[in-house]
Design a protein. Structure first.
Length: 495
């Protein structure tokens, strides 16, 4: 604890964002380049080095937050990077994409703004790369055992890196043409520039991990063949089966799933195509769904210059402060948060129908109507109460030339045949069944991440990857010294 009074004398200051008018003209990250380092030392000083650091428990990775806060406050970037990477394979990902449940569990957050843990994490990760503190760590010797990891999202990459470093020969299979899963084609460039991802993949290649892109297991390679070729298989395909909106008019043209829309915008940024065939340019856009994916659609649409864009959230607008009775500290509270995308939509006044930012809260879609050509033109909605019951007399209509459905995901996509070919047992909610050791009903096959846990946060995905790696290592060798931060049935802190 470098400054025992830091939490009393230093106000919270976050990584500043670039002006809205500037950042919506490009796809670069929204933050001011180089503006974090000048403030991060004093922000780390706000950490109280609590006797019982609840931020540890709030983070499924068990990040050693007070330790690296203290090291950053002293400008000891080498030790800070070592302590950060001791629990997290990809802190530059979580430092940009995680909603920071650790900050909700910060003891300071009981009655003051929390320590900017997420910003400190990003600063350490970026500084570590700048100073050359993240060299490849290939194993000293090989075990002679082989592992196939299916899926290259955060779970698959974390599992593959841990197992490679333990000495196993690991091959990662990815059905897309590039690695990264949803981090590649689901996360917009303005939230995380893809050079962060490329850098880690090159590190993993140098360590010995093999990658097989454009290879769908179950279609391009038989699942049974994969099982016989490797000593163990890890299924980390994510939860990509999107939820539908079964209302009249759903069949109209111009209504797309978020994960049909976002990858095309990312492919424009990758240089694969000149412009997206599903663009918001000049259109009245309505996004159905109030979560992070909906916000990603919002930020993407704003950059494509729509006529208007509105986001519908079926839940009531939350308050600005934590409800201590319903969501007491240190649980992660549902409060009103203004993401970069919502800030942009608010300042640019993209949604005339909304009172604050682009969101309409407590709004439920009733139906769509279209023109004579079968293209959507209107969305009809109604306000609902807390039980999602329609409120009489609250119906309204929004112009809609493009509708994006961002309703979440129900489990892994079974279209490639992987699950059925292996004969895996499934849970009633559509996820892969596994035991306390991450093992599925098929010997030698393990499941981790959203495919088994269900849709979750990136920090849980990485924790799952690290934990399943320890389980596979134990299966192959009889014991393991790899860390296992969580069990398959662990859940976030809640009331």
């Amino acid at each position: 604890m470098a400054d025992p009074k830091g939490f009393m004398t230093t106000p919270r200051q976050e990584w500043p964002r670039r002006p809205v008018e500037e950042r919506v003209r490009d796809w670069n990250e929204v933050y001011v380049p180089g503006a974090l380092l000048p403030i991060v030392n004093r922000q780390a000083d706000r950490c109280m080095d609590c006797g019982v650091p609840f931020c540890h428990e709030a983070c499924p990775l068990g990040n050693l937050i007070p330790e690296w806060n203290d090291l950053v406050s002293r400008d000891d970037w080498r030790q800070a990077a070592d302590r950060l990477h001791a629990t997290n394979n990809f802190p530059e990902f979580t430092g940009r994409l995680c909603p920071a449940p650790c900050e909700a569990g910060c003891v300071l957050a009981i009655n003051q703004p929390a320590v900017t843990i997420k910003n400190v994490e990003a600063a350490i990760a970026d500084r570590a790369w700048e100073l050359g503190l993240t060299p490849p760590r290939p194993p000293e010797r090989l075990s002679g055992r082989t592992v196939a990891v299916v899926g290259s999202g955060p779970t698959g990459l974390a599992a593959a890196q841990q197992l490679t470093r333990a000495g196993h020969t690991v091959a990662v299979y990815e059905r897309d043409d590039r690695l990264g899963g949803l981090m590649r084609y689901g996360i917009p460039e303005f939230k995380m520039e893809k050079h962060h991802l490329e850098r880690r993949i090159e590190q993993m290649r140098a360590e010995g991990t093999k990658f097989r892109t454009s290879t769908a297991v179950g279609r391009d390679v038989g699942a049974a063949e994969l099982r016989t070729r490797y000593d163990a298989v890890v299924i980390a395909t994510g939860a990509t089966a999107w939820r539908e909106l079964p209302v009249p008019g759903r069949e109209l043209d111009g209504i797309h799933q978020a994960m049909e829309y976002l990858p095309l915008a990312n492919r424009v940024c990758e240089g694969d195509i000149e412009s997206s065939p599903v663009s918001a340019a000049g259109k009245h856009v309505v996004i159905v769904g109030g979560g992070d994916t909906g916000a990603d659609c919002l930020g993407t649409a704003v950059r494509q210059r729509p006529a208007s864009v509105t986001q519908l959230d079926i839940y009531a607008q939350p308050g600005a402060e934590r409800d201590e009775d319903a969501e007491p500290w240190p649980t992660y509270p549902k409060i009103y948060r203004l993401s970069a995308a919502h800030e942009e939509a608010r300042d640019l006044r993209t949604a005339p129908a909304a009172s604050a930012d682009a969101r309409l809260f407590a709004a439920s879609t009733l139906r769509f109507t279209g023109d004579a050509g079968g293209h959507v033109r209107s969305l009809h909605l109604v306000e609902v109460d807390a039980a999602r019951r329609p409120l009489p007399g609250t119906g309204r209509t929004l112009p809609a030339d493009l509708v994006l459905l961002a309703l979440g995901f129900s489990g892994p996509d079974r279209g490639d045949g992987l699950i059925d070919q292996l004969g895996l047992q499934m849970e009633p909610r559509g996820t892969i069944r596994r035991d306390a050791g991450f093992a599925t009903s098929v010997p030698g096959v393990f499941a981790a991440g959203d495919a088994a846990r269900g849709q979750s946060l990136i920090v849980w995905a990485i924790a799952e990857g690290r934990a399943v790696a320890a389980a596979v290592d134990r299966h192959l060798t009889g014991s393991s010294q790899l860390p296992a931060p969580i069990g398959p049935f662990d859940r976030p802190m809640m009331v």
